[in-house]
Ligand binder design. Structure first.
Ligand SMILES: *Cc1c(COP(=O)(O)O)cnc(C)c1O
Length: 394
């Protein structure tokens, strides 16, 4: 079949919820992807901040293949080896107490919200608790996760959704304080906003939220589904702010392409969900947790964080030069290997020109070009990306 035939077939049979780029990807190797016609692309999107290890990592692939031959699924009615091992690794990395594995980021958000609500319910017996979320936030597409997603266009057609959610302005602590009342049970925020346009939290903002949550016994939830797993130079971005949330949500690079998410809870809330409160058929199955465990092993062995710190300094420098050199690029925002360029022209135009020239980048918000490459990129890859980006922007 030709790539046009695959595209036509997909458009005929798949629900049209995405305006896809007209490329049929076939395989990947390292930081490169290849389409069915053999064209090579340098990948600065990694499947939306997922494939941290780069494609076709032998150790990762072998671990998954071994697990496939051993045991793929058991349900959570039984214990399995990979889940126990991965759970310890996730808990150790987050500095929290207990983890619940899910199949996606969205489900991690659902679970985190349920845990926060249950915590508040145990405390005061009320069922009318409120959540504070942030404008321009993105937490997922299910009704619960959508309810705390601050971008109106994602949420509005599906309203009303369960529970009261109030939206504060990101990085504006007074806007948060104004919304707090006796019913507030949780404050949820991305440590670095991704989908909304790559906005890192300011240190004072995060620290104040931590303080308020301690004082008022509110559950602080950091969504690190996109910015976690080393992307900003530390395993969790909140490490750089000197705080720990009560619950952190993870997914995306957690399984490096094997669908898996997690919500991880500290002392305060980790015992509030009990048998009967929550569950999943697939979540934490041996295949998914073998992937998680292997991701952590490879991260450690390859000193991936060191690479992120080193390359991202160079990456930022080069992007700042682009901001200086092009009138249609007005700013750079980001942390580590999660970077955005603010454009005065529609990002899709630049993205399509990059694709023509063999570079994959994506957008965030309405005016941001988003770059979330595999965490194994080198300075040479940055140079190549910049070369193509300059052609595309010119
Ligand atoms: C991607 C994302 C989600 C949703 O994760 P899915 O795996 O798509 O359900 C939630 N929060 C943030 C910050 C994300 O980037």
């Amino acid at each position: 079949m030709t790539s046009k035939e695959y595209i036509d077939m997909a458009e005929k049979y798949l629900v049209h919820t995405y305006n896809k780029f007209k490329i049929v990807l076939e395989k990947g190797d390292g930081v490169h992807l290849y389409d069915v016609d053999g064209k090579e692309y340098l990948d600065f999107a990694s499947g939306i901040a997922v494939f941290a290890l780069g494609y076709n990592n032998k150790e990762f692939n072998d671990a998954i293949k071994n697990q496939v031959d051993k045991l793929i699924h058991t349900s959570n009615l039984f214990y399995n080896e990979p889940a126990s091992i991965a759970a310890k690794k996730v808990v150790d990395v987050t500095g929290l107490k207990k983890v619940f594995f899910t199949n996606s980021g969205t489900e991690a958000i659902e679970g985190a919200i349920k845990m926060a609500k249950k915590y508040a319910y145990i405390r005061d017996g009320h069922t009318d608790h409120e959540i504070i979320a942030m404008e321009h936030s993105f937490h997922g597409r299910s009704l619960g996760a959508l309810a705390v997603t601050g971008t109106k266009k994602y949420r509005e057609p599906f309203e009303p959704m369960g529970g009261v959610v109030r939206f504060a302005t990101y990085n504006d602590i007074d806007s948060v304080k104004k919304l707090i009342n006796d019913k507030t049970c949780a404050i949820i925020l991305e440590t670095v906003q991704g989908e909304g346009g790559i906005y890192p939290a300011e240190e004072s903002f995060i620290k104040e939220i931590r303080k308020i949550c301690d004082e008022k016994d509110i559950v602080m939830i950091c969504d690190e589904i996109q910015c976690g797993m080393g992307r900003t130079g530390t395993m969790l971005a909140y490490e750089q702010y000197g705080i720990k949330p009560d619950i952190v949500t993870m997914a995306k690079a957690l399984g490096c392409g094997i669908p898996v998410g997690a919500f991880v809870a500290g002392e305060k809330t980790c015992e509030s969900l009990v048998p009967g409160d929550h569950g999943t058929t697939y979540g934490g199955n041996p295949l998914a947790t073998a992937a998680v465990s292997t991701v952590f092993d490879i991260f450690e062995k390859s000193d991936i964080l060191e690479n992120v710190v080193e390359v991202s300094a160079y990456f930022e420098e080069q992007l700042d030069k682009i901001v200086e050199d092009f009138d249609n690029v007005t700013a750079r925002r980001g942390k580590g290997l999660m970077q955005g360029l603010v454009l005065t022209t529609p990002p899709s135009e630049t993205i399509n020109k990059c694709l023509e020239n063999g570079l994959i980048v994506i957008s965030a918000g309405s005016d941001v070009l988003r770059m979330v490459p595999p965490l194994v990129i080198t300075k040479h890859d940055v140079d190549e990306m910049i070369r193509i980006l300059r052609i595309a922007l010119a």
